[in-house]
Every structure is written in structure tokens, then in C-alpha cells.
Write a protein that binds this ligand. Structure first.
Ligand SMILES: [Cu+2]
Length: 653
């Protein structure tokens, strides 16, 4: 009780500080002639959030939503939506069990929120249109929660998220795995100095009116987003024509709801266009529905340096390249997260030339080992890709697929190559869509330059190596795959009855629009007018109901031709298996335990997962909260969710 009182006192004292810090930040970050640099120079070190609390295990900070001019590199200056003036926003570094208090102020012209993606937090801090009212321009909201699980997480708006995230409104939240320190000591993992954060995204920036391109990816040897000159996707002639083009988006702009702006006023150079489709897209007088990937790949807020050639045969780097310096034989840990709205990143690390550089390999690939990601470290090191079970993953073993909103913790060993050589991490096209490849050019994501050659490798890693099962830590991930699961509640039996579906299978459909079981009615935070108060948002026929404490086994049936990154809020899941929907054959059994919050759903398949509806502390500042409440579940390709591929899990006492 004493602690609670002290907390309240402290927050009261902080109230004037919130205002002054907000004004100060806005002043610092909007004054001055030249635009500020993006958050970093693509070297994998990002600015961190400042902790104003001196209380033990407490992290208290301020985030301000604001427009800012951001230098994306290669001469591109964009007007971005930012947290505190930078893209990505400041990284929040935490330990398991930390209490987090974030004072959020919205200085953007449209309503915002913050969703703490993947964090199993108290319901009032989930940041969706069913847990809070949107924070209006000039408004504030205090988010508070405890982080119960390690992992790489991120934060973004969940009030009409498509446009804000495309414009740069995201940041990373990293909860250190408690076993990492010991594993670093044992040289199982690279140390902090050799750990780099790569925050991936993409965007489109308008050029001067009349000069925007009709092709989505114009060939230009000086910029890495260009098509043919720097290695197009697998399509001869390049991926031109994948709608909508920057010309469409910038010269016939849409408003934040996806409707054409009337009268038409082309966006100025540097503007980032709205890509959110209207709910009536495709009908007469409405823009088309498809929303292409952004024209520019961004890594830590910067467009990576261009490189000629292609992954199989890397060419010359552009002048004055931004590189991460490495030494041969070192282990490098990459913590990679995606804040893209649509794009799947398929990452491959390559040798300096077409010649193999890793002993035992006949190609020029350097394998990326997965040591963890969304739920902290794994029990054992994994190689992903290739054929897993009998599932063809459509990417090569040793590559890594980063679906929308996924995060992965990767390690590679710098091979014995020459001084000055450069390894490149590329993103290649992936068969994400119903038509196959997304028709995206292959471009670099990061470059690693050899600045010292050492004779003997000092770091080694192999698939199967123990991590959390290492004797030094002996802390394997708990399994929730055993035991009989509980049934969902039948809300038709409630007094009074509530809309809902007690089936444990949730079917993703794409008949008229992306939807759940062809029900496109549940659009709680992307529609033209999100209902307020948020408590008035109705439940729908596809709502699922369950009691806190229950162990559920849910099946997500992807009854469409495309991949969808499925994201249940509030409770991390453990994937059990993937079933081929046509033959009912299990094609992949997850033979290891991992907690995740985004799972890729291959086309025409069923993902079976377990989820334990664990309770958690109420909010420090509000008596409501805990695990009880409404938790969104949706495809994380936001425009799919916006059009109806979204529903909710209602957790009751
Ligand atoms: Cu989707």
C-alpha cells in the first residue's frame, strides 16, 4: 500500500514535468535549419530512451508523437511521423519484471495511440480502439505495465496504424533475456559490443510534382531501391507496374481514410503519402484496393548504401558506404525487427564475391543462425528455411524470413576473407502474395566491412548448440503444449447473450475483402470514425470468449492464396503444428518451445497453437486492467486488418 501511495505522489509531481519536457522536446527537434539525421547511421546503434525514474526496476520515460524532417540518406529528406523527432523512435531497454511508465503526448494532427507489440501487459495499456479512446491532437495518455517475458518487441500506433507506421511511427523495446549474460560469458553468444540492432521498414517519399515515377521502382544506379541496375527481383524487366505507383499516391493523394482528396492537390516533395485503402476501395469513385510495398527499404531510419550485382554475385558498393566494421572470426549478433506495413524481408548474408567463403559451402552464402527473437533466447540454436518437416518454406536454409512485425535474434560468424572486403545482408523477394512473388527488387539491408584479419576463428556456432539448455544456465523454455486445453466460452449462453463464436478454428478469408470467416464488420480502429467511447465498440459474430487462466488451443485456418502474419494481442502463443488444409496432413510439427506473438500463416494451411491466458498485475495508476479485457487478433498487414481480417479475444474473469 505504501508503495502504491508513493507511486501516485510521484506521478502527481511529474505532471508539470510532462508538459515542460514535451514543449522542450518539440522546440529542440523542430528548430534549426537543416533536418536532423535519422536516428543512426545504419551502424546498428540506436539512441535509447531516457529513464527519468530512480526507483528500482522502474523505467519511466516520455514519448511525443510529432512530425519531423528526417534525412533518409541518398539526398532523400522526408516529412515523417516520429516518436521524439527520430525514426525509429528511441529504443527502450528493459529487464524482465521491470515496471514501465510512459507519458505519451500526441502532437500529430490525427488521433494516435501506442500499442506495445507483443508485451503481455495490462489491458488498459494495449493501445487499441477497444482498450482506450484515441489520444487526440494535444492529448496525453499514461501507459504503464510490467514486462514479464524477454524478447525483442516494438511499439507503434494501433489507431489507424497503416499510415503512421509507413511514415516512421515506430520504435523498439528490448527485454534482455536473463540467461544472456551467462551465455555471453561462456562465449556462446557474442557480447554487447558485437550486438547490432537492425530495425527494418519501408516507405515511399514523394518527389516534386510531375516528377514522381509511374513505375514503382525506377532504375537508378545510385539508389538501392532501384530495380534492374542493382539487381531486380526474379522478374526479367523489373517489377514496374506493381500498383499503386508513387505517381498515383503522391499526385492523386488519398486522405487518412483512403479516400481521394478533393480538390486534388499533389503532395509536396518530401511528403510520405497515405497508403491506407478506403473501406469501399475498388468501387466507383474510390481508389483501388491494392497497396504496394514502400519504394524505399529503410534500416534504422536510413536507406542502406547501394551495391551493384546481386546476392549470388555481389558487385561494387556505392561511394562513401555506410558499413558496420567487423573482424574475421568474430561472432556478430543481429537483433532484427520489422516495422514494415506489408513487405516480407527475406534476408541472405553473402560473401564479398561470388566465391564461397564459408568452409563446406559450395555457394557464397554465410548462414544466419537463429538464437531467439520474439520470446527471448531459444533452448537451442536453429537454422531456418529450406524444407522444415515437409513444408517448403520458399526460402533457403540459412536465410531468415522476417514477416511483417516479426523480430529475430541472429548470429553469424565473420568468415576468413580479406582486409577491406565487404559482406552484404540483402533482402530478396518472397512468394508472399496469391500471385507468387511480391515483385520487389533485391536490395542491400546492411554491409559489414572487414577492418582486421585474424588468423584463427574465435567464435563458433552450429545448429543445435545449447542456449537456454546450456548447463551454465539450465533454464529451458516452459512448454504449454501438454495437457488438455480448455474450451472457448459460448457467449450465446451469457445473460444477456453476446455475439461470438465458440469454435476454436478462426478462418481467414479473402472473398470480397480480407476478412475473418467473410465477416468484414469488425473495423474498430481503422474505419472513418472509430466509435467513442471505446467501450461502445460492439462485439461481433467472430469474437472469441475465454476465461482468464484458461489454456486454449486455437487453429488459424488461412483459407486464402497469400501469406498472412497473424498477431494475437496480450498473450504470447506457442506454435504446435502447421497442417496442409487441402490434405489435412501435418507438414510441420514445432519440435521446440518458443513464445511468439506474430506467426506466419502459409497459404491454404492451418496453424495450431497453444495460448495460456495468464493473469497479470493491474495497472499502477488505474484499478481496471489485468488480463481481463478485449484483445485484438489480426493479420499484421495492417490494410488487411483494416478491411476486416481482424477480430478479438475477450478475456473474462
Ligand atoms: Cu493479411
Amino acid at each position: 500500500m505504501a508503495m502504491k501511495w508513493r507511486r501516485r505522489q510521484k506521478l502527481i509531481y511529474l505532471a508539470p514535468l510532462v508538459l515542460s519536457v514535451t514543449i522542450l522536446l518539440a522546440a529542440i527537434l523542430t528548430l534549426g535549419g537543416s533536418p536532423p539525421q535519422a536516428a543512426d547511421d545504419s551502424k546498428g546503434n540506436l539512441p535509447t530512451a531516457f529513464n527519468v525514474s530512480h526507483a528500482k526496476n522502474t523505467f519511466e520515460t516520455f514519448l511525443v508523437a510529432m512530425e519531423a524532417q528526417v534525412d533518409l540518406g541518398n539526398g532523400v529528406v522526408a516529412t515523417a511521423f516520429t516518436f521524439n523527432g527520430i525514426v525509429p523512435g528511441p529504443t527502450i531497454n528493459l529487464k524482465v519484471g521491470d515496471k514501465v511508465v510512459v507519458h505519451f503526448t500526441n502532437h500529430l494532427s490525427i488521433p494516435m495511440s501506442i500499442h506495445w507489440h507483443g508485451v503481455e501487459l495490462t489491458n488498459r495499456s494495449d493501445g487499441t480502439g477497444i482498450t482506450q479512446d484515441p489520444v487526440p491532437t494535444g492529448g496525453t495518455y499514461v501507459y504503464d505495465f510490467i514486462v514479464p517475458r524477454p524478447g525483442i518487441f516494438f511499439f507503434h500506433s494501433r489507431i489507424r496504424p497503416t499510415n503512421p507506421e509507413f511514415k516512421g511511427f515506430y520504435g523498439m523495446l528490448i527485454v534482455e533475456d536473463p540467461t544472456a549474460k551467462k551465455l555471453i560469458e561462456k562465449k556462446v553468444l557474442p557480447d554487447k559490443e558485437h550486438t547490432k540492432l537492425l530495425v527494418l521498414g519501408d516507405t515511399t517519399v514523394c518527389k516534386t510534382q510531375g516528377s514522381n515515377d509511374t513505375a514503382t521502382f525506377p532504375a537508378d544506379p545510385n539508389v538501392p531501391w532501384a530495380g534492374n541496375a542493382n539487381g531486380a527481383g526474379p522478374f526479367p524487366g523489373g517489377p514496374a507496374g506493381n500498383p499503386p505507383s508513387p505517381k498515383d499516391l503522391c499526385e492523386t493523394p488519398r486522405d487518412e481514410h483512403g479516400h481521394f482528396v478533393n480538390p486534388v492537390v499533389a503532395l509536396p516533395a518530401g511528403a510520405i503519402p497515405n497508403i491506407q485503402p478506403s473501406t469501399n476501395c475498388g468501387s466507383a469513385g474510390e481508389p483501388t484496393c491494392p497497396v504496394g510495398e514502400g519504394q524505399l527499404v529503410k534500416v534504422n531510419g536510413r536507406v542502406p548504401t547501394a551495391r551493384g550485382g546481386r546476392p549470388e554475385d555481389p558487385g561494387a558498393l556505392a561511394a562513401n558506404p555506410r558499413v558496420i566494421n567487423v573482424k574475421t572470426g568474430e561472432g556478430i549478433r543481429l537483433q532484427v525487427g520489422s516495422a514494415a506495413t506489408i513487405r516480407y524481408f527475406r534476408l541472405r548474408l553473402t560473401c564479398p564475391t561470388s566465391a564461397p567463403c564459408v568452409p563446406g559451402r559450395v555457394d557464397n552464402m554465410i548462414p544466419l543462425y537463429r538464437v531467439g527473437g520474439q520470446g527471448g533466447l531459444l533452448d537451442n540454436v536453429r537454422l531456418e528455411g529450406g524444407t522444415q518437416g515437409t513444408l517448403n518454406t520458399d526460402y533457403l536454409e540459412g536465410e531468415i524470413l522476417i514477416p511483417v512485425a516479426a523480430r529475430e535474434d541472429l548470429v553469424f560468424v565473420v568468415p576468413q576473407v580479406g582486409l577491406g572486403d565487404v559482406l552484404t545482408l540483402w533482402t530478396l523477394d518472397f512468394k508472399r502474395t496469391g500471385q507468387g512473388f511480391a515483385k520487389l527488387p533485391t536490395v542491400p539491408v546492411a554491409h559489414f566491412k572487414i577492418v582486421e584479419v585474424k588468423d584463427h576463428p574465435k567464435f563458433a556456432i552450429n545448429a543445435g548448440d545449447p542456449l537456454r539448455t546450456h548447463p551454465a544456465v539450465n533454464s529451458p523454455i516452459a512448454s504449454i503444449k501438454g495437457g488438455a486445453p480448455d474450451a472457448l466460452l459460448d457467449s450465446s449462453l451469457f445473460q444477456p447473450p453476446q455475439p461470438g463464436n465458440p469454435s476454436s478454428t478462426i478462418r481467414l478469408t479473402a472473398g470480397v475483402k480480407p476478412s475473418i470467416n467473410d465477416d468484414t464488420n469488425f473495423i474498430f480502429d481503422e474505419g472513418p470514425t472509430p466509435p467513442t467511447p471505446y467501450t461502445d465498440v460492439p462485439h461481433v459474430a467472430e469474437s472469441r470468449w475465454a476465461a482468464v487462466g484458461d489454456l486454449l488451443e486455437l487453429t488459424i485456418f488461412n483459407d486464402t492464396n497469400a501469406h498472412h502474419p497473424w498477431h494475437p494481442h496480450g498473450f504470447s502463443i506457442q506454435p504446435v503444428k502447421i497442417i496442409d488444409a487441402a490434405t489435412s496432413t501435418t507438414v510441420l510439427t514445432f519440435g521446440y518451445n518458443e513464445f511468439v506473438d506474430v506467426a506466419d500463416l502459409p497459404p491454404h494451411s492451418k496453424l495450431v497453437y497453444r495460448v495460456l491466458l495468464e493473469d497479470r498485475p493491474f495497472s499502477f495508476i488505474s484499478p481496471t486492467g489485468g488480463a481481463v479485457g478485449r484483445w485484438a487478433m489480426h493479420c499484421h498487414i495492417f490494410f488487411h486488418a483494416a478491411l476486416g481480417m481482424i477480430t478479438e479475444l475477450v478475456a473474462t474473469q
